[in-house]
Design a protein around this ligand. Structure first.
Ligand SMILES: [Ca+2]
Ligand SMILES: [Ca+2]
Length: 180
């Protein structure tokens, strides 16, 4: 299953550092996962980043802090282009998706997204100017025992629990535990 949350970039033009996690860039809030749920993937997307002073998009690193994050802070790359095309679009590299997911707290909470650069090109101002908002899309699992099955997509009657469930010729739809 997956869910997408809006990231509000409250500091679109902060001058960055070259140390992870860097300066505060934006915030988003994660709800608690259903009991027994686990994150398996996560991708941050930010479209329309302006690269300043000849910096490369590949130098942008983003890391999470705050109650909604967990574990040692790590920073992730989302652009591989070693040039300065404007605008540039960040999306967490596929190879980093599980690593980023491991930093999300299943208990939920507020998360601060932080920004640093692997090299400071624009020494007196920010290397990258961010758009007003971005998104984080998370994928997660829930225990099969928490899934219920219904005979209609809305309303209807519960006809079974758990997964797998054999409907024996009856049309059923799954209902996952509330999340978000
Ligand atoms: Ca740079
Ligand atoms: Ca700079």
């Amino acid at each position: 299953m997956s869910a997408t949350y809006t990231i509000t970039f409250t500091n679109q033009a902060n001058d960055e550092t070259t140390v992870c996690p860097g300066v505060a860039l934006g915030t988003f809030t994660l709800p608690a996962l259903p009991t027994g749920g686990a994150y398996i993937g996560a991708n941050i997307t930010a479209n329309g980043i302006v690269l300043n002073g000849g910096t490369y998009g590949s130098e942008i690193r983003l890391g999470l802090t705050g109650a909604g994050s967990t574990g040692a802070v790590a920073c992730y790359q989302g652009i591989t282009t070693t040039s300065s095309p404007n605008p540039a679009n960040y999306i967490t590299l596929a190879a980093d998706s599980a690593g980023l997911a491991s930093k999300l707290n299943p208990a939920g909470g507020a998360v601060t997204l932080n920004y640093n650069e692997s090299y400071n090109d624009n020494t007196l101002a920010q290397d990258a100017t961010f758009p007003a908002t971005g998104t984080i899309t998370v994928t997660y699992t829930v225990p099969p025992s928490t899934i219920t099955w219904w005979d209609a997509a809305s309303g209807g009657t519960m006809v079974g629990t758990g997964s797998p469930f054999d409907p024996v010729g009856t049309t059923v739809v799954p209902e996952y535990p509330d999340f978000g």
